[in-house]
Design a binder for this molecule. Structure first.
Ligand code: NAP
Length: 266
């Protein structure tokens, strides 16, 4: 958080959450924010050692039960491991790595299937696995981490633009069917946030341009109306609010968190 702020009871004490792809970055920030609200959290990632370290750090910081479930969430086995650790969550945060950048003429069926698997089909299958018990309990919050590229498609990121738009379209329809049961589905669309992924992209670009990391980072700050990039804790706090008891009337929406960078009125 950039400054100390007061707290609001989000009504999440005792709930459970499955947060996918959460050993670092935005997923981790969501898991941390939820745990701080009294949610017991299951987190997933492919690298066991880092995942376990993250689980124990969040647990120490919040006093909550944090369960690591190792696996690649884009595979059948990875999803089974996540659901074995947390079969009946009140909150599902869908997340996975983004597809690579590139030139669409070079992408064949395999590249498209991989992108759709990770950023569209995996979240849809997880939603299918958890939604009916949520409806029966009359409480459920599903949050998909997508990208501001959904509103402002980025050149070179066609795989991401396409696959994430598919998830957005699907969720928009389902969200209207479930909200009457107090089960909401919303998307969070990150712009630039200070995560390992962003730092490694900035580093690679700086090397290509022959400038320093700090210079390239500064150009990101300058290109954003806020004059900075996002703090993952801000992303986590928004996720916790969307998961909260107060957010039952918000469904099927796309929340852009980008400091105003995407020039769009919608
Ligand atoms: P990050 O810092 O690289 O963290 C990614 C996390 O996801 C790690 O914990 C990673 O752990 C895990 N992960 C990746 N692929 C996985 C898989 N197949 N199965 C399970 N876990 C997996 O990334 P981030 O910046 O938080 O980005 C999260 C999402 O937001 C991505 O889809 C990204 O494209 C999108 N996004 C980010 C930004 C930004 O500025 N940060 C902007 C727009 C969109 P393992 O590697 O150990 O699996």
């Amino acid at each position: 958080m950039r400054e100390s702020v007061g707290t609001m009871d989000l009504g999440l004490e005792g709930k459970s959450a499955l947060v996918c792809a959460a050993s670092r970055g935005l997923g981790r920030a969501c898991a941390e924010a939820l745990a701080r609200e009294g949610v017991s959290v299951t987190i997933t990632a492919r690298t066991g050692e880092e995942l376990e370290r993250t689980a124990s750090e969040i647990s120490t910081a919040t006093g909550q039960l944090v369960t690591p479930a190792v696996g690649d969430i884009t595979t059948e086995e990875g999803r089974a491991a996540a659901l074995a650790a947390c079969s009946d969550p009140d909150i599902l945060v869908n997340n996975a790595g983004g597809p690579p950048a590139g030139e669409f003429r070079e992408w064949g069926r395999d590249e498209w299937v991989a992108a759709c698997d990770a950023n569209m089909i995996t979240p849809i299958l997880l939603i299918r696995s958890v939604i009916d018990p949520m409806i029966e309990r009359r409480f459920g919050r599903i949050i998909n981490i997508t990208s501001y590229a959904v509103k402002k498609p980025l050149p070179g990121l066609g795989l991401s633009n396409g696959a994430r738009a598919g998830l957005t379209g699907f969720s928009a329809g389902l969200a209207r069917e479930t909200v009457r049961h107090n089960v909401t589905i919303n998307n969070m669309l990150p712009g630039p946030f200070d995560t390992d992924r962003l730092r490694s992209n900035v580093e690679a670009l700086a090397r290509r341009k022959g400038i320093s990391f700090q210079q390239e980072m500064q150009s990101r700050f300058d290109g954003n109306p806020s004059g900075r990039i996002g703090d993952p804790a801000e992303f986590g706090a928004t996720c916790a609010f969307l998961a909260s008891a107060h957010a039952g009337y918000i469904s099927g929406q796309n929340f852009v968190l980008d400091g105003g960078e995407a020039m769009t009125t919608l």
